[in-house]
Design a protein around this ligand. Structure first.
Ligand code: ZN
Length: 219
C-alpha cells in the first residue's frame, strides 16, 4: 500500500494530469469517469435549509476523487470537482447572493492543511461569479461525524458554528459542502447564519450516499 502510494505520488509528480479514478492521462478527472457518474435523485432539503442541490451518488469515480482530495492531500482535485459543482448548479440554479464553505475546526485544518469545502467553494465562486464570503466559523471540534448515528450527529454539531465577524452576513447564502450525510452540519451552519441575520440558507454538495431503502428514482 505504501509502495503504491509512493508510486502514485511519483506519477503525479511527473504526469500531473492523470485521472485520479482510472489513471487515464489528460486530466485529473477524465471525461469517461465524469460521464459514468450517477446523478443523485432530487429530494426535499433537510430541516433548516431553504433548498439543497446534491450532484451525484457518493460512489465510484467521484468517491475516489473526493478521497484523494481529502485524505491524500491532493488539493488540486478540487478544481475539476468544483467545475462539476458549477455545471450542476448551472443546470439547476439556486438563488444566492454569496457562497460560504462549511468551516473546519482549526485543529482539523492544521492537520489537513486546507479546507476541502473552501477549495470547492473557491472554484465554484470563480466559475459562477458569486463572492465567497468568510465569517462562518466552527467554534467547537465535533470530531468525526462519520462514526455517529443520525441523532448523535445532530446533537454533536448543534451550536458548533458561529458568525464570527461584525459585518452582517448576506441575505441569501449558498453553503458549499463536499459530501452530505444527514444534513445536521449544514442545519447547524444555517442556524448560526440566521441568528446573525441571513434570511435564506441553501446548500450544494458534490455527493451523497443513498439512505438504506432509498430507491434510485429519477424525475
Ligand atoms: Zn478516469
Amino acid at each position: 500500500m505504501i509502495i503504491r502510494d509512493l508510486f502514485d505520488r511519483l506519477l503525479d509528480l511527473f504526469f500531473p494530469d492523470r485521472c485520479v479514478a482510472c489513471g487515464r492521462m489528460g486530466s485529473l478527472l477524465c471525461a469517461h469517469c465524469r460521464a459514468g457518474l450517477r446523478p443523485y435523485p432530487p429530494e426535499a432539503p433537510p430541516a433548516g435549509l431553504d433548498g439543497m442541490a446534491v450532484g451525484w451518488l457518493y460512489e465510484g469515480a467521484i468517491r475516489t476523487a473526493i478521497h484523494r482530495m481529502k485524505y491524500t492531500g491532493m488539493r488540486r482535485v478540487a478544481v475539476p470537482l468544483g467545475d462539476l459543482l458549477a455545471e450542476h448548479l448551472q443546470a439547476a440554479p439556486l438563488p444566492a447572493d454569496a457562497l460560504m464553505a462549511v468551516p473546519l475546526h482549526a485543529g482539523r485544518l492544521a492537520e489537513r492543511g486546507f479546507n476541502q469545502s473552501e477549495e470547492l467553494a473557491n472554484r465554484l465562486a470563480h466559475r459562477c461569479g458569486l463572492p465567497l464570503v468568510p465569517g462562518l466559523a466552527r467554534c467547537r471540534d465535533t470530531g468525526h461525524q462519520a462514526s455517529l448515528g443520525r441523532r448523535a450527529r445532530k446533537g454533536n454539531v448543534e451550536g458548533a458554528f458561529v458568525w464570527a465577524v461584525h459585518v452582517a452576513p448576506p441575505a441569501r447564502v449558498l453553503i458549499v459542502d463536499d459530501v452530505l450525510t444527514t444534513g445536521a452540519t449544514l442545519a447547524a451552519c444555517a442556524d448560526a447564519l440566521r441568528g446573525a441575520g441571513t434570511r435564506e440558507v441553501r446548500a450544494v454538495a458534490l455527493a451523497r450516499s443513498l439512505a438504506p431503502g432509498q430507491k434510485m428514482i429519477q424525475s
